[in-house]
Design a protein around this ligand. Structure first.
Ligand SMILES: Nc1ncnc2c1ncn2[C@@H]1O[C@H](COP(=O)(O)OP(=O)(O)OP(=O)(O)O)[C@@H](O)[C@H]1O
Ligand SMILES: [Mg+2]
Length: 230
């Protein structure tokens, strides 16, 4: 039996009187590489935020690793890369290293971890996105694509079981995008990390994804007739 890691049931959401999602249900299993596509404004980012407990749905339920999202607390297991990293306050006076480190201190599992171990984790995750040499640079002085990579590193740093990404390659050049997809592919296939990625570039990830969902007019539909599961 495949392990169910994310379960959405009849999710309904509105901003004020503006209905965004209606009766959205889905099951994501361990090891799935899931892609969510859909037109601008269809509610993809909203849905991710609901799955992470950052927004509260008015109807329905979300369970992460078998726990209602309201009660979920093991956040080190979850990586999240929000959309529009370029909207990040570029005057924020933090170095690359500090940005990646920030969540590692707050995660309870890392309270006892010594400084050296944390530095190793930061080093490893920055190297994996090709930003190892930028540790001491101010985040606000990097290009959008470089900032994007730093936030990918941040999402990877806790060695999460599942990573949510909201249009992670927006603003990245083709070569970096290819490298990024290779990295995601190995994280998924080799490390077994479950991936949930919102993207408009479905064609680029088609070969990697085993689940494709399309969100439109408030409802979510699985695109593939045949679900390939590893
Ligand atoms: N904070 C908010 N308050 C009110 N309405 C919002 C808010 N955030 C988003 N919306 C509206 O909700 C709808 C869904 O937005 P969402 O950001 O989830 O779409 P999306 O599918 O991620 O779009 P995109 O492809 O452009 O990223 C849009 O119509 C948007 O205008
Ligand atoms: Mg969005």
């Amino acid at each position: 039996m495949q392990e169910l890691v994310l379960k959405g049931r009849d999710i309904g959401f509105r901003y004020g009187s503006n209905y965004i999602l209606d009766k959205c249900s889905f099951d994501i299993y361990k090891g799935d590489f899931s892609v969510i596509t859909g037109p601008n404004g269809s509610g993809k980012s909203t849905l991710l935020k609901i799955c992470l407990g950052l927004l509260k749905q008015q109807e329905g339920t979300v369970e992460l690793f078998g726990k209602p999202i309201e009660k979920y607390s093991d956040w080190k297991n979850i990586g999240y890369m929000p959309q529009r990293v370029e909207a990040f306050n570029t005057r924020f006076p933090a170095t690359v290293e500090e940005v990646v480190k920030a969540p590692l201190y707050s995660g309870s599992a890392f309270f006892s971890t010594n400084k050296k171990a944390i530095n190793n984790i930061v080093e490893k995750s920055l190297s994996s996105v090709g930003m190892g040499d930028y540790k001491k640079r101010l985040i606000g002085r990097l290009s959008v694509g470089q900032q994007q990579r730093v936030f990918i590193a941040k999402a990877l740093a806790n060695n999460p079981a599942i990573i949510f990404m909201d249009e992670p390659t927006a603003g990245i050049d083709n070569k970096s995008e290819k490298e990024f997809y290779d990295l995601l592919y190995s994280l998924n296939r080799v490390e077994g990390i479950t991936i949930i990625m919102v993207t408009h570039d479905y064609a680029d990830v088609e070969s990697m994804a085993n689940r494709v969902f399309c969100l439109s007019n408030g409802t979510i539909d699985e695109k593939c007739e045949e679900v390939v599961r590893k």
